[in-house]
Design a protein around this ligand. Structure first.
Ligand SMILES: NC(=O)c1ccc[n+]([C@@H]2O[C@H](COP(=O)([O-])OP(=O)(O)OC[C@H]3O[C@@H](n4cnc5c(N)ncnc54)[C@H](O)[C@@H]3O)[C@@H](O)[C@H]2O)c1
Ligand SMILES: N[C@H](CO)Cc1c[nH]c[nH+]1
Ligand SMILES: [Zn+2]
Length: 429
């Protein structure tokens, strides 16, 4: 890994997401799906996944058959993970409220689940049953009645989908599943096709094509955030074990050639030791080619004068995942303004959060942690405000409302109030 002073590194992430060619390609895929529907989905499955898809929807029999292809230890682990994820997300649920005012008015907020939500579960370079749980459980906690899942068809597995994904879906109670991935899946959920009814919102992580497609269809449907290629930043001092740091950097690098892994440290000795460890650990990684390219293209060790200076660098990077491996990690927590998920101390390795602890692993990337949050129950709910104004309230406040309306030059607004005041026998100008 390259080692350089943080000052010599361009901390501002690229504002425009993806290359021109990737953007052009995604736009064209979406337009094809809009105009040709299912036929375009089948043609893209052939082109990008190398799979001939007949039925787009996975049948109930296919889902049940997947159980025979996963082992007991997977089933036990996914059930325990699901319990942890559900417990964490239950705490996020908000309830409707109504406040009775002294003048007899009632003001309130009604919380409702979205009606139909599309979950994107990645499945290109790896299958992600963990992402099924991370997408589906908050939607269920919110009470979404129609939860539909899309995931790319692959050559291995039942129905061209990894059986672990189908089992995770069944365990999470998701039964409407379509074998379609990439930008074409996002387009299908946004616009609908003959087989796939459109959704109101699309959530979930994916590669650059999925992330760009979500950006593109935003406005036609809602999206959660830009949860693109994975990222990790480790902020560490000389108390950190270089083998732990290297392993955690590689844990994200192996996701995608476009993933990024960055160490920020005031310790020159740690920087050198981690660079050597990364090379050593890369040797035996099964996904070495992906991780090596990711580290080469997007991996760097940034040296800083102090941990406090390191925190400023972290806030500029606004990473998806931040690990703090320092003598007193909690000392720095309150200064971290921008990070999707923060892992503290030597035993909170990033994969703890990817699979099991309970917080969501669908997280904002590419600097969007400056303004976006982890996938959560709020993403699956919407609010309606409730206003009941009493006669007393309109009598007390009508003048002020009319004045504000007339300041905006909106006479019809003012008269809507005035007519009530006049009918109630309180003549106003
Ligand atoms: N930020 C998060 O919360 C989070 C969570 C989990 C995973 N991830 C990321 O999700 C991604 C998963 O990527 P993946 O590729 O394994 O699966 P994926 O399902 O996201 O993408 C696979 C699909 O991409 C499309 N595709 C591939 N190459 C293409 C090309 N050249 N042109 C057009 N379309 C193409 C194909 O349709 C294919 O089915 C990784 O980048 C990983 O880091 C992010
Ligand atoms: N690290 C990914 C989020 O960037 C989530 C994940 C799923 N499986 C393994 N990891
Ligand atoms: Zn991961």
């Amino acid at each position: 890994m390259k080692i350089m002073p943080a000052g010599a590194f361009a901390l501002e992430r690229q504002v425009v997401y993806g290359s021109e060619e990737q953007n052009r390609r995604v736009k064209s895929i979406i337009e094809h799906v809009r105009s040709e529907g299912d036929a375009a989905l089948r043609s893209f499955a052939q082109e990008f996944d190398g799979v001939t898809v007949d039925q787009l929807r996975v049948s109930e029999a296919e889902i049940q058959a997947a159980y025979a292809r996963v082992d007991e230890s997977f089933l036990a682990a996914i059930r325990e993970a699901a319990d942890n994820i559900r417990r964490f997300h239950e705490k996020q649920k908000r309830t409707s409220w109504m406040d009775l005012q002294a003048d007899g008015s009632i003001l309130g907020q009604i919380m409702r689940p979205l009606r139909r939500v599309g979950l994107y579960v990645p499945g290109g370079k790896a299958a992600y049953p963990s992402s099924v749980l991370m997408n589906a459980i908050p939607a269920q906690v919110a009470g979404v009645p129609e939860i539909v899942m899309v995931t790319p068809p692959a050559t291995a597995g039942v129905a061209g989908i990894d059986p672990h994904i189908l089992v995770a879906a069944a365990e999470a109670g998701v039964s409407e599943i379509y074998r379609v991935g990439g930008a074409q899946a996002v387009a299908a959920l946004a616009y609908g096709t003959e087989s796939i009814p459109a959704a109101d919102k699309i959530v979930g992580p994916g590669n650059i094509y999925v992330a760009l497609a979500k950006r593109y269809v935003f406005g036609v449907v809602d999206i959660d955030s830009i949860a693109g290629p994975s990222e990790i930043v480790v902020l560490a001092d000389d108390t950190a074990d270089p083998a732990y740091v290297a392993a955690d950097l590689l844990s994200q690098a192996e996701h995608d050639e476009m993933a990024s892994a960055i160490l920020v440290t005031p310790s020159a000795a740690l920087a050198k030791a981690v660079a050597a460890e990364v090379d050593r650990q890369l040797e035996s990684l099964p996904r070495r080619a992906i991780a090596e390219k990711s580290i080469r293209d997007n991996g760097v060790i940034l040296t800083v004068a102090t941990l406090e200076a390191g925190v400023r660098v972290v806030n500029q990077l606004a990473p998806e995942h931040l690990e703090i491996l320092a003598a007193d990690p909690f000392q720095h927590l309150s200064a971290i303004e921008n990070a999707g998920a923060i892992f503290l101390g030597p035993y909170s390795s990033e994969p703890v959060g990817d699979y099991f602890a309970g917080p969501n692993h669908v997280l904002p990337t590419n600097g969007t942690a400056r303004f976006s949050s982890p996938l959560n129950v709020d993403h699956f709910m919407k609010k309606s405000s409730v206003i009941y104004y009493s006669k007393e309230a309109i009598q007390q406040n009508g003048d002020k409302i009319m004045a504000l309306a007339r300041h905006e030059g909106l006479e019809a607004h003012a008269r809507a109030i005035q007519i009530r005041l006049q009918k109630e026998g309180i003549a106003r100008g």
